[in-house]
Design a protein around this ligand. Structure first.
Ligand code: PLP
Length: 381
């Protein structure tokens, strides 16, 4: 594990931002319970409320709409666990959406996704309206992510929200990969609830938020002391929330730098295709996050590629690496109609605000050595 490491797996998690670290360290000394009325309690409360303002500012929400949680998985579970008659969603959603939906007892309505990774809006319109006809207005949840964790493909969430609301459905959006990378405006988007996670944007792990539109109510998933205005019981994770707030504030700067990251990503992709001409950049024709490349080289198993790159000093991933230790076929790519073989060979390279041009160059040199060599060997076998 010695030697230079190059981290190109920012969609799995981001390194802790220095501002977040400083905020966490400061908050660790504030030991009061934010629910207490005394000075110690009020100091802790002030930290939580500052972070609430910072997170709200990042995503265009009101501070009163932020419900701090233990991460985006909890936030997604909270939105999906209400007693919906039907949940309308596509197979490209993260497991944090798919699994609670599957276990909710609600009818699951599956949406068609085009080969570029974008949900079929006509199908969404028809199926949402039909679900409303079966279950009634307000009883159907449309769950549509803003950006995909594996491909970076963006969804037409604003348009879909308009359609779903017109039909009488409620809309939830998983904005985990979008927040801090592209401008996200909760109010303008019009969704009823949205999930974000601190650790994808330079905050600590194990903290996130469900953003719930003022006036819209979701039942609490965790019931207890009535914290977060009775929407999430449990004494607040003060230092984690402080780190989330500071990271959210810092991420506003990152958003402005996305063009630089996009230029690095474009150069990376041109290099990959130049070195392995049969490489497919998944979702390349769709609007995507600036930092994400999902590349599949036919016949080149993703596991092999990821392990060889790791040994050579590069962190990249195969499939949805958000799930513990998972190396295996992606479920997102089959949902896009891509063949199993493509899914098995897809690796994700995701850049971040501190990725340098030199790291991109080094990666391309390693790709020439590893991917092209492995590819030739596999092809010859
Ligand atoms: N949704 C998406 C799109 C993700 O990429 C992740 C990553 O882990 C999650 C939800 C879950 O977030 P968390 O790790 O905060 O639970």
């Amino acid at each position: 594990m010695n030697g230079e490491r190059t981290y190109l797996d920012w969609n799995a998690t981001a390194p802790l931002h220095p501002e977040a670290r400083a905020a966490i360290e400061r908050a660790l000394d504030v030991f009061g319970n934010p629910s207490s009325v005394h000075v110690e309690g009020r100091r802790a409360r002030a930290i939580v409320e500052t972070a609430r303002d910072q997170v709200a500012a990042l995503v265009g929400a009101r501070p009163s709409e932020i419900v701090f949680t233990s991460g985006a998985t909890e936030a997604c579970n909270m939105a999906l666990s209400a007693p919906w008659g039907a949940i309308v969603r596509a197979g490209i959603e993260h497991d944090a959406v798919l699994k609670p939906a599957a276990q909710s007892g609600s009818e699951i309505v599956d949406l068609r996704v085009a080969r570029d990774g974008v949900v079929d809006v006509e199908d969404l319109t028809n199926k949402t309206r039909a679900a409303i006809a079966r279950h009634g207005a307000g009883r159907v949840l449309l769950a549509l992510q803003l950006a995909n964790n594996e491909t970076g493909v963006l969804q037409p969430a604003g348009k879909a929200t308009e359609i779903a609301h017109e039909a009488g459905a409620v809309v939830f959006s998983d904005a985990v990969q979008a927040a801090g990378r592209i401008p996200v405006d909760f109010a303008a988007l019009g969704v009823d609830a949205m999930a974000v996670s601190a650790h994808k944007l330079g905050g600590p792990k194990g903290v996130g938020a469900l953003i719930v539109r003022d006036g819209f109510e979701l039942p609490a998933l965790l019931r207890g002391g009535g914290q977060e205005r009775r929407r999430r019981g449990g004494t607040e994770n003060i230092s984690g929330i402080a780190g989330f707030g500071a990271a959210a504030e810092a991420a506003r700067q990152t958003i402005a730098e996305r063009w630089r990251i996009a230029a690095q990503r474009d150069r990376l992709e041109a290099g990959l295709v130049g070195l392995t001409p049969d490489a497919e950049i998944v979702g390349a024709s769709a609007e995507r996050l600036a930092n994400t490349t999902c590349v599949a080289v036919p016949g080149l198993p993703a596991e092999t590629v990821v392990i060889r790159f790791d040994l050579a000093g590069f962190a990249i991933s195969a499939g949805a690496a958000c799930s513990a230790g998972k190396i295996g076929a992606s479920s997102v790519l089959p949902a896009m109609g891509l063949p199993e073989a493509t899914a098995r060979s897809a690796v994700r390279i995701s850049l971040g605000p501190t990725t340098t041009d030199r790291e991109v160059d080094r990666f391309l040199v390693a790709w020439r050595d590893i991917a092209s060599a492995t590819h030739k060997r596999t092809a010859a076998a």
